[in-house]
Design a protein around this ligand. Structure first.
Ligand SMILES: [Zn+2]
Length: 674
C-alpha cells in the first residue's frame, strides 16, 4: 500500500478528521510542564515506568517468544518454550508505542538502541507473507497443546488482529515521533496481507477489538483508503455471531449485536471500549451518523448506569465484563486498568467528534482516578483490577495486599497500556474548534500551547498560550497569551462546577460564567483576549450513588474537583475502618498536602467508630435497632486521600464509599452525576 499523504508528526489520533467538531493540535504544540500533576506523571513515566517495561519485555519472555521464530543458525535464536498468554507480542508493541510517544514528548529519540534491536528482531521474525504472531508462528506443527497453529484459524481467541493493531499503532507512533518508518514497514507488511484477505472475501473478525482503530489511523497516516475500508469491513462483519460461542457467548466479544444497532455496552469491558473507540474513529473519517449515534447511546448507558465513581468500568471478574445496570459493588469491582485506559481513548474520540465537555469531563475523571491509581507512586508497580474497597482480613492473595501493586503480570496488558497513554497525555490538553478555530482547553495543568498558524487546523491564526495552575489541588487556572489571542478561547467548565460559583476574568474584567457558558459546556472568550483567569469552586463534595447501586446505599464518596478520595486504615489507627461512619453535618475541610504521596490536598471530616466486634452475623432488629450498636463509640477525625494514591503505604483496608450519618440532600444534584 502507499504512503502518500502522510501528515506525520501528529499524536495518536492524527490527520484531517473531516467529521470532527474539534481537532487535535499538531505534534509539539502542547507541552506539559513538570510543575503540574500531568507533567510530573509524564516525567515519572519516562524515568521509571518505561525503563521498567523495557526490562520486563526481556524477563517476561515476550522478546524470547519472537526469538523462537529466528533461523536456527541465528545466534539470537531462542529455543525455550513459548511463555505467557498468546497475545504477549502486544506487550512488546505497546511498549514500543509508549517509547515513541515519549520520544515525541522529549523532542529526541529515547531508548533508540533498544528499540532498533527490537524492530530488527521483529523484521527477522516476520513471515514472508508479513504475518507476525509469535504464538501462532512458533507453535510446532501438529502440537496438541497449541490452541492455534495456523494463521486466523482461531479468530475468536487467537488475538492475532489485536496484536496486529498494536503493532500498527506502534509503527505509526514511531514514524510520527522520530520520522523513522522501520517499524511501520513491518506493521504494514502484515496489515497489507489482512487488507488483501478481506478484499478476497475472508471474514476476519477478531475476538478482541483493537485493530479497527489502528487501521483507521493507518489510513490517516498513509492516505490509503484501503485501510479505512478494511476497518469498516471488520466493523460491518461484527455483531452477527461469526465468532461463535463457547466458552464465551457472542456478547463477550461484542458479536451479538451489529455495531450500529447496539444500545448498551456488553461483554468484556476492554473489548467493548476498544471497539467503540474504533467505531468513533471510523465516524471521524466518514461522518456516518449511525456510527456516532450508536456510540453516543452506549456512552450514555456506560456512564449513566455502569461506571464506578472512580471512572472504573467492568464490574464483573467473571468474563472481565460489564455487569447489569447499577451492578457496581465496591469490594468486588474488577475495573481493569486497561478498561480505564480504553475509556479515555473512547472519550477522546467522542470529544473530537462532538466538541462536548462531558466527554472531556469523563476523560479527566477516569484519568485522575482509576487510571492514576493503577500505577504506584514510584512508577514501577501496577494494579490489574481496581477495587473501591479492601476489607479488614482481606485474604492477601491478590495484588491488594500480598505485596502491593505488582511489577508485571502473566497477562501484562495493563502496564505498557498505561505507559503509552501517559506518554501521549499532552496531546489531549487542547484542540482547535473545526468551525471557528477557537483554542479549546480540556485538561487543566501547567502547559505551554504553541499553535503555529500554518497548522491548517481550521480557521484562525497561530496562538501561543501559557496555562499555569495548581489544579486539581487549586481551582485557579491562568491562561496568558503572548499577544491578544487572534482566535476565541474555550475553557472547559467541569460538570461538577456550578457556574454560579465559578469566577471568570478576562483581561481583568469579571465575566458572568453562566453567560459565557456555551451549549457544549465551554466558557467562551472572544478573540482578542490576552489574560484569562478561571476560578473553579473547589469545596469538598459528598457524592451519593443512585439508589439502585445497592452496595453503596447509606454511603458517600468524597470528592474535590475531579479527584475522588478514599479512606485508608493507615490514617485511622486504633479503629477498624469498616466501623467508621462519617458525620456529614459537621462538614468537610480541605486538609494539608501529603508530600510523600505527592498530593497537593487531602480531605478531613468528623466521624465516629462504633465497634462491631461481637455482633452476630445476623440479628433481629426492631424500630430502635441502632441503640445497642452505640456502645464503645469513639469520635475521630476522618482523613481521606486521593484514590489515585491508595495502597502506597503498606497493606491495609481501604474504602471509597463511606457510611454517612446524614444522607446527601436529594435536591443537591448539580450539573453532573459526579
Ligand atoms: Zn489490562
Amino acid at each position: 500500500m502507499t504512503r502518500d499523504g502522510a501528515p506525520g508528526g501528529a499524536g495518536p489520533v492524527g490527520g484531517a478528521l473531516p467529521a470532527a467538531r474539534t481537532r487535535p493540535l499538531p505534534a509539539g504544540a502542547a507541552r506539559l510542564g513538570p510543575a503540574g500533576v500531568l507533567g510530573r506523571w509524564q516525567e515519572r513515566n519516562a524515568a521509571a515506568t518505561l525503563p521498567h517495561c523495557l526490562t520486563a519485555l526481556e524477563t517476561s519472555g515476550a522478546l524470547d517468544n519472537l526469538r523462537r521464530l529466528l533461523d536456527p543458525a541465528d545466534p539470537e535464536r531462542h529455543d525455550g518454550p513459548y511463555r505467557g498468554f498468546n497475545f504477549a507480542d502486544s506487550d512488546v508493541h505497546k511498549t514500543l508505542e509508549a517509547v515513541a510517544w515519549e520520544s515525541a514528548r522529549a523532542g529526541a529519540p529515547r531508548h533508540e538502541e533498544e528499540v532498533r534491536r527490537v524492530v530488527d528482531l521483529l523484521r527477522r521474525a516476520q513471515a514472508p507473507s508479513g504475518y507476525l504472531d509469535s504464538h501462532v508462528l512458533g507453535a510446532p506443527a501438529g502440537s496438541g497443546g497449541a490452541p492455534s497453529a495456523a494463521p486466523y484459524a482461531d479468530l475468536r481467541w487467537g488475538h492475532e488482529l489485536y496484536v496486529l493493531g498494536h503493532l500498527v499503532q506502534a509503527g505509526i507512533a514511531r514514524a510520527r515521533a522520530t520520522g523513522q518508518d522501520d517499524l511501520l514497514d513491518v506493521a504494514m507488511a502484515w496489515a497489507d496481507d489482512v487488507v488483501s484477505r478481506l478484499a478476497d472475501g475472508e471474514e476476519l473478525v477478531c475476538g478482541h477489538p483493537e485493530v479497527e482503530s489502528a487501521f483507521v489511523e493507518l489510513y490517516r497516516e498513509t492516505g490509503d483508503p484501503a485501510y479505512r475500508e478494511a476497518a469498516r469491513r471488520m466493523l460491518d462483519l461484527r455483531g452477527h455471531g461469526r465468532l461463535g460461542s463457547g466458552p464465551f457467548e457472542p456478547a463477550y466479544h461484542q458479536d451479538a449485536t451489529p455495531v450500529r444497532a447496539a444500545d448498551e455496552v456488553a461483554g468484556h469491558a476492554v473489548r467493548q471500549l476498544y471497539l467503540l473507540a474504533g467505531v468513533v474513529d471510523l465516524y471521524l473519517e466518514t461522518g456516518e451518523d449511525a456510527l456516532l449515534a450508536a456510540a453516543a447511546r452506549q456512552w450514555d448507558d456506560a456512564h449513566g448506569r455502569r461506571t464506578y465513581v472512580t471512572g472504573g468500568m467492568g464490574s464483573r471478574h467473571k468474563d472481565e465484563s460489564f455487569g447489569d445496570p447499577y451492578e457496581l459493588p465496591p469490594d468486588r469491582a474488577y475495573a481493569e486498568s486497561c478498561a480505564g485506559v480504553a475509556s479515555v481513548l473512547w472519550d477522546w474520540r467522542m470529544l473530537l467528534a462532538t466538541g462536548e465537555a462531558r466527554y472531556a469531563d469523563s476523560l479527566e475523571h477516569a484519568l485522575l482516578n482509576v487510571v492514576a491509581a493503577a500505577t504506584s507512586t514510584d512508577g514501577t508497580a501496577f494494579f490489574y483490577s481496581n477495587p473501591l474497597q479492601v476489607r479488614t482480613g482481606h485474604d492477601g492473595t491478590d495484588e491488594y495486599q500480598a505485596s502491593g501493586r505488582r511489577g508485571w503480570f502473566a497477562c501484562a496488558c495493563c502496564p505498557p497500556n498505561l505507559a503509552r497513554l501517559v506518554a501521549s497525555l499532552h496531546t489531549m490538553v487542547a484542540t482547535r474548534d473545526a468551525e471557528d478555530g477557537a483554542l479549546a482547553v480540556h485538561l487543566y495543568g501547567d502547559a505551554d500551547l504553541d499553535v503555529a498558524p500554518e497548522a491548517g487546523l481550521g480557521a484562525g491564526e497561530g496562538v501561543r498560550v501559557q496555562v499555569r495552575t495548581g489544579y486539581p489541588w487549586d481551582g485557579d487556572v491562568h491562561l496568558t497569551a503572548d499577544e491578544p489571542s487572534p482566535v476565541p478561547l474555550a475553557l472547559r467548565l467541569p460538570g461538577w462546577a456550578d457556574p454560579a460559583r465559578t469566577r471568570l476574568e478576562v483581561d481583568g474584567e469579571t465575566v458572568d460564567a453562566a453567560t459565557a457558558l456555551d451549549a457544549r459546556g465551554y466558557l467562551r472568550v472572544g478573540a482578542g483576549a490576552r489574560r484569562v483567569r478561571l476560578s473553579l469552586p473547589m469545596e469538598p463534595r459528598a457524592l451519593a450513588a443512585h439508589p439502585h447501586v445497592d452496595a453503596a446505599r447509606g454511603c458517600v464518596a468524597l470528592a474535590r474537583g475531579p479527584v475522588v478520595h478514599c479512606l485508608e486504615q493507615v490514617d485511622h489507627p486504633g479503629v477498624v475502618l469498616e466501623d467508621v461512619t462519617l458525620d456529614l453535618a459537621a462538614g468537610l475541610e480541605v486538609g494539608p498536602p501529603d508530600d510523600a504521596l505527592g498530593v497537593g490536598a487531602t480531605l478531613l471530616g468528623a466521624g465516629r467508630a462504633t465497634p462491631s466486634a461481637g455482633l452476630a452475623l445476623y440479628r433481629t432488629v426492631d424500630g430502635d435497632a441502632a441503640s445497642d450498636d452505640a456502645r464503645g463509640t469513639v469520635e475521630l477525625q476522618v482523613r481521606a486521600v486521593p484514590y489515585a494514591v491508595w495502597g502506597n503505604r503498606g497493606e491495609g483496608p481501604m474504602r471509597v464509599w463511606v457510611p454517612a450519618a446524614a444522607s446527601a440532600r436529594p435536591g443537591d444534584r448539580g450539573r453532573s452525576g459526579r
